[in-house]
Design a protein around this ligand. Structure first.
Ligand SMILES: [Zn+2]
Ligand SMILES: [Zn+2]
Length: 591
């Protein structure tokens, strides 16, 4: 019996691609069974760029096996096999999968959840327990748009107490061209890996004595961090923010009041004082900031209070989770909190929105916004009554509508204390990163009893807005190192121009040029190393210095520089003209 409702036919392009990937997972299992008739099948879902399937096999799979399996799969695609589905009874399902223990495990679970059991057949070559979502016929699968990619170990159901299976990954796209495009992107991403580029560009380093997850920032790296932070601060200052500063440790009572002690107990670095008091390194700044607000009683006329501080927070992550500067133990946040009345929150959100757009626009990131809402099916996960949530979420929707933003809903993505706007940025390789977030918090002001005195002379509960622009500077840097492949825009480059004299004879002119450039604040380095001219130029190129200025006899007599820009252009230019050009690029944050 062919059940029309069970076959995946008319679908959107995204769903269609998912159907292709899902169908290929079936073909992979079919190919594995042909090679290993006793293979035990696990699960085979689709993933971001393809699919995988887990198997228990009599021996380890090799890269050669992948080639054979791929060939078998292609053969099946060309056979134009239909996918047909039907519902089966529990008894029938158990009989069909009698030799597949993992499938029996799933059958028992599905039946326990009173889900209907369906099986799908691919022609007459393969049958699997499955909920559906295939191409109608293997004809719909581009035979050259997929590839078996890699092998990994995986425990059944992700539980290390269970048997370890072999997971075969496949890449799959709508066409050969799209597959190639993806593979090239992965290659390019490898070249741009911040873990390699960062130390190569002398931005940060790690020390075994200090420990993993604790990056040390070199002069160049610190320069870049400070430039980024100053930029954020400039945008904030223009909108009425004030800087505050806080200690890196606190008594545990602060976090008991905020609720973090309960929620983040395992991630806190704890310190015992000589008097046996328990302190903690701060994992976030909000609780400290509430205590700056709480220092006095505020009239509604004095609100909003906007506090900003760029400071480190510390989280005790498991060492296996640490990665480059993406996941670290000491995280620098460009943090800010606005304390205001609920009636002022919208305007404050709009101001932060503008900062986010101006900041990310300067890096060429395309942004879209996730409106992160609470999940009405799970009210127990959130604090505060549903009325409060509805009005807060309505406000966020109004902001998004007013800004005519490219936005989508994220049901269940809200923080436990309030809804938020999460900005997603697309980098030069088309990868999307969550970059900035603006969060409305109705909970912490309650816990710390924060209020203002309103027009009627009554205490009015205020709200708090959390607004990090970069979020973690470390994570943001890892994103832009890869986005720019290390070639930062001129305003952000730690060294903006390298001066290279052709020979010792021109040392004086080189030094004079350096002084002239340094006067208006251009960051310039002079390379007089005892190396050939070619070698010194290559070194500067490798360091991705935006401008390499070669000076020799001609330049000295013309009071000029020979400018090599990163694009490979080479041109003699009067020194005054070059200064004008570079100053303009710095001012405009050109990229
Ligand atoms: Zn299926
Ligand atoms: Zn916060």
């Amino acid at each position: 019996m062919t059940n029309k409702a069970l076959s995946g036919s008319e679908a959107s392009p995204a769903a269609h691609l998912d159907h292709i990937r899902h169908s290929l997972a079936h073909l992979l299992a079919a190919a594995v069974l042909k090679e290993f008739p006793d293979a035990k099948l696990g699960i085979g879902p689709t993933i971001e760029n393809g699919f995988y399937y887990d198997f228990l096999l009599p021996r380890a799979i090799t890269p050669e096996d992948l080639k054979t399996l791929e060939k078998t799969m292609r053969g099946l695609v060309n056979k134009k096999l239909p996918f047909t589905g039907r519902e089966v009874t529990l008894a029938e399902a158990k009989k069909l999968f009698a030799r597949q223990p993992f499938k029996l495990d799933l059958i028992n679970e599905f039946v326990g959840n009173s889900e209907k059991l369906t099986v799908y057949e691919t022609g007459d070559v393969f049958l699997d327990l499955c909920r559906g979502g295939h191409v109608e016929n293997t004809e719909g699968i581009p035979a050259d748009g997929f590839k078996l990619d890699k092998i990994a170990g995986a425990y059944w159901r992700g539980d290390e107490k269970n048997q370890q299976l072999q997971r075969i990954y496949g890449l799959a796209f709508e066409s050969k061209g799209k597959l190639k495009e993806y593979e090239m992107m992965v290659e390019e991403a490898k070249k741009r890996d911040h873990k390699i580029l960062g130390p190569k560009l002398d931005l940060f380093t790690f020390s075994e004595l200090v420990g993993p997850g604790l990056p040390l920032w070199t002069p160049k790296g610190t320069m870049v961090r400070n430039l980024l932070d100053s930029y954020v601060w400039e945008l904030r200052k223009a909108r009425g923010y004030e800087r505050v500063d806080i200690p890196h440790i606190t008594k545990k009572e602060l976090y008991e009041t905020s609720g973090h002690w309960d929620k983040f107990k395992d991630e806190l670095f704890k310190i015992e004082t000589r008097e046996k008091h328990l302190y903690a390194m701060k994992p976030m700044n909000c609780p400290h900031h509430t205590q700056i607000y709480a220092r006095k009683q505020w009239s509604y006329r004095e609100l909003p209070q906007r506090y900003a501080s760029t400071t480190k927070v510390y989280r005790d992550e498991q060492s296996g989770e640490l990665a480059g500067i993406t996941r670290v133990l000491s995280i620098t946040q460009d943090d800010a909190h606005v304390f205001c009345r609920i009636s002022q929150a919208k305007e404050e959100f709009l101001k932060i929105w503008d900062i986010v757009h101006e900041f990310y626009g300067s890096f060429g990131f395309e942004l879209r916004v996730r409106v992160s809402l609470h999940d009405p099916a799970h009210p127990e996960k959130y604090l505060g009554d549903s009325e409060k949530w509805e009005s807060a979420e309505k406000m966020l929707r109004e902001i998004v509508a007013e800004k005519k933003a490219d936005a989508f809903d994220g049901i269940g993505e809200a923080a436990f204390y309030g809804p938020k706007l999460d900005f997603m940025g697309k980098d030069a390789l088309g990868r999307e990163h969550q970059v900035a977030t603006i969060q409305l918090d109705m909970n912490m002001p309650e816990r710390f009893d924060l209020f203002c005195i309103n027009e009627k002379g009554e205490q009015e509960r205020i709200v708090m807005i959390h607004a990090a622009i970069m979020g973690s500077i470390e994570r943001f840097l890892s994103v832009i190192i890869e986005h720019f492949a290390g070639a930062f825009p001129v305003w952000l480059a730690p060294v903006q121009a390298a001066i290279i004299p052709v020979s010792e004879k021109f040392s004086d002119y080189a030094a004079k040029t350096r002084a002239t450039l340094a006067t208006p604040g251009v960051r310039v380095e002079l390379d007089e190393a005892n190396e050939s001219l070619g070698k010194r130029i290559r070194t500067a190129e490798m360091m991705k210095v935006p401008y390499i200025l070669v000076v020799g006899e001609k330049e000295e007599s013309n009071n000029s520089v020979n400018v090599r820009s990163r694009g490979g252009e080479e041109k003699e230019m009067p020194l005054g003209e070059f200064i004008k050009k570079i100053e303009k690029e710095i001012r405009e944050k050109a990229f």
